[in-house]
Design a protein around this ligand. Structure first.
Ligand code: ZN
Length: 210
């Protein structure tokens, strides 16, 4: 059984896990599969240079997704306008390179919904670390987003997410991935092997994995 982890900050080798490692634009060479992006917490005065490096790194084959990027109105390091400008650059990269977008959204749901309507993206948009309630999950799902769940989540929201729109991630948690899979399998009421298979299929369907 292979466990798929679509978003992690830990580049640990484990032959039972296939992971998309969120890398700095300079550190992707050490990762088998990576995502690159400018996190809203990391925005500083040099964001334009940073975005140029990200655009170059993003063309590499092992980069499977753009992000994490997004809008964080609680801990983001720039005002909302600049966060949105930077997010738009990620959206353009995602569309031009045909790679999915991994999104970090905190209190930015209205903005991301508006951006999705505006862009009608061809690429999957995945809300990572989703911890919202069922109602919010439905709003995202109805708009076409995918939801990625990790160690902490709302059980009802998880149970009501269709399995073909679901992903699993460890993010920065040091809890073993198998534990996250076990908890999620129990909550949605399927076996862990079946869950692992579905997550692999979803990742391949969205071209997160070859
Ligand atoms: Zn993360």
């Amino acid at each position: 059984m292979i466990l798929t982890d679509i978003h992690t900050h830990n580049n640990v080798t484990d032959e039972r896990r296939i992971a998309i490692v969120n890398c700095g634009e300079n550190s992707i060479n050490g990762c088998k599969y990576a995502s690159v992006g400018l996190h809203p917490w990391m925005i500083n005065n040099y964001w334009e240079e940073c975005m140029q490096r990200i655009a170059t790194a993003a063309t590499k084959e092992q980069v499977r997704a753009i992000g994490e990027c997004g809008i964080d109105l609680v801990k983001g390091c720039a005002d909302e306008k600049l966060q949105e400008t930077i997010l738009r650059l990620h959206i353009e990269l995602s569309e031009s390179l045909q790679k999915p977008l991994i999104l970090h959204i905190v209190k930015g749901q209205q903005s991301i919904m508006r951006l999705r309507k505006e862009h009608s993206p061809t690429q999957p948009w995945i809300i990572h670390g989703f911890r919202g309630k069922a109602q919010q999950a439905h709003q995202y799902l109805d708009a076409g987003f995918y939801l990625s769940f990790g160690r902490l989540f709302n059980s009802k929201a998880l149970a009501e997410t269709p399995i073909d729109r679901l992903f699993i991630e460890s993010d920065d948690s040091d809890v073993p991935l198998i534990y996250i899979y076990e908890t999620i399998a129990k909550t949605i009421g399927i076996g862990i092997e079946e869950l692992a298979e579905k997550m692999m299929l979803n990742s391949q369907h969205c071209k997160l994995l070859p």
